[in-house]
Design a protein around this ligand. Structure first.
Ligand SMILES: [Zn+2]
Ligand SMILES: [Zn+2]
Length: 149
């Protein structure tokens, strides 16, 4: 479903920043973008929006279940089109984000939550490492090695 159809479906006017934000996400598959990324892409298309307005639009689209807000570490909130349960791989070298979905892992998560008496509402599962392009410059253990005194 296109962004405009999604907005119409939830009874929102198909104008302005909301549609622009959705068009940015629909221009490319599996985008994970920070608010700054989105704002920069809008500026490239001569669409000016304050960060405050953008955050309001993002919060609203997230509330409606059109966007999903992922937080990968402390201050790095990224948004993506909500397209069902999946997990992420993040490259510590270039910041690239990949997705994976593994039914066995999903099942284990549910079992783990259940065993601890939790009713699962949401979950995040993120793997950090180095992507195939960055692996060459990454030496395992290099960061932990200390010079001998
Ligand atoms: Zn990388
Ligand atoms: Zn994702």
């Amino acid at each position: 479903m296109r962004g405009s159809e999604k907005l119409t479906k939830v009874g929102l006017k198909v104008t302005g920043p909301r549609l622009k934000v959705l068009q940015i996400f629909e221009a490319q598959e599996h985008l994970h973008l920070t608010a700054d990324d989105i704002r920069r892409r809008m500026l490239e298309q001569d669409v000016r929006i304050s960060l405050a307005t953008l955050y309001r639009v993002l919060a609203h689209l997230t509330e409606l279940g059109i966007l999903h807000r992922c937080i990968f570490d402390g201050d790095r909130a990224m948004y993506e089109l909500d397209h069902g349960i999946h997990d992420h791989l993040i490259c510590l070298g270039c910041g690239r984000v990949d997705e994976f979905a593994d039914e066995t892992i999903e099942k284990r998560k549910r079992i783990t939550a259940q065993a601890s008496g939790y009713a699962l509402t949401t979950h995040r599962h993120t793997l950090f490492g180095y992507c195939s392009a960055c692996r060459a410059s990454y030496q395992p253990g290099a960061a932990a090695r200390r010079p001998r005194s």
